[in-house]
Design a protein around this ligand. Structure first.
Ligand SMILES: Nc1ncnc2c1ncn2[C@@H]1O[C@H](COP(=O)(O)OP(=O)(O)OP(=O)(O)O)[C@@H](O)[C@H]1O
Ligand SMILES: [Mg+2]
Length: 284
């Protein structure tokens, strides 16, 4: 599966997370037939620009896969390819066993790098956008979205305009919108890139809880190694463009821990060091 990896995979770690596929298999290799996402021999470019060199990757149902890599290495492009927004130049991508762009699109909800909330809609209507697009009435869509506002710390802000919300709250609404799309696979592209360090840390803790509560398969792109290791079951480290796999690491800490405790644990610091070393190696 990891034909392009240059380093051995970490030993599986005893992760205790809230989903059935969180066994910490660094190779992500259980039950290959039932993979949520399977990428084989993927290569992609734009004209002369080679963006993804060669990639093999499998994500199990319910697993959270973190992807880190330097800016411009093709992380957003990879998510667009998985989500059926682009067709690969070479290789194959299957989501839920189906390879056509339409079926990938139908199985993935994409949270893009910017929150893209619609300023003319209230927070709850932004969150419930996909339900409306699928024919639900405004009242039905709001009724479905409302419990998520309660559950994820946004109660009381349902009717606020996006312009009245903080950056962290906007990101949370954008994440709820991604969840409410009801797709089995969520693709998260740098969800907290625009936030300051303290808000970002709070949001990471929030997302850890949200991901544990939802049994979705998630692919989380970030350039922040700590964020990836804290939030994911497994982290893939990509090289600079054209992207290839440099290393894969199993999550070092149970996601249930408070963030500060998790990211200062010895195992976490060791994994962070290894991932940073792999990132540096991938730039050479
Ligand atoms: N539609 C496009 N047409 C031409 N080139 C593109 C297109 N989209 C992306 N690229 C190029 O592909 C490369 C990878 O872009 P991509 O946005 O996937 O990188 P990234 O890893 O997400 O970067 P960042 O961490 O900065 O978000 C970049 O060099 C970019 O200029
Ligand atoms: Mg990007």
């Amino acid at each position: 599966m990891r034909t392009t990896s240059e380093a051995p995979v970490a030993e599986p770690q005893p992760v205790q997370k809230g989903n059935p596929a969180s066994g910490g298999s660094a190779a992500g290799g259980r039950d290959p037939a039932g993979a949520a996402v399977r990428i084989t021999g993927l290569a992609h470019g734009f004209g002369e620009l080679r963006v993804i060199g060669h990639l093999d990757l499998t994500v199990q149902p319910g697993e959270v896969l973190g992807i880190v890599g330097p800016s411009g290495c093709g992380k957003s492009t990879l998510l667009e390819l998985i989500g059926g927004l682009r067709e690969p130049g070479a290789g194959a991508i299957e989501v839920g066993g189906e390879g056509s762009p339409g079926s990938r699109l139908g199985r993935c909800a994409y949270m893009p790098q910017r929150d893209l909330l619609l300023p003319w809609l209230a927070a709850i209507d932004n969150a419930a956008l996909a339900l409306r697009n699928h024919g639900a009435s405004r009242a039905e869509a709001r009724a479905q979205a409302h419990p998520l506002f309660e559950r994820f710390g946004l109660a009381g802000f349902e009717r606020s305009s996006p312009t009245e919300l903080s950056g962290g709250m906007r990101q949370r609404i954008a994440f709820l919108r991604t969840l409410l799309a009801g797709k089995p696979v969520v693709l998260l592209d740098e969800p907290f890139a625009s936030l300051d360090a303290i808000t970002r840390a709070e949001m990471q803790e929030w997302l850890a809880g949200a991901l544990a509560a939802e049994s979705r398969t998630a692919i989380l792109v970030t350039h922040d190694v700590e964020e990836a290791l804290y939030l994911s079951d497994r982290v893939a480290v990509l090289s600079g463009r054209p992207a290839r796999m440099v290393d894969e690491l199993a999550a070092p800490a149970p996601r249930a821990l408070p963030r500060l405790e998790a990211v200062t644990a010895a195992g976490f610091l060791a994994a962070r060091g290894r991932a940073l070393e792999a990132l540096t190696r991938g730039l050479r």
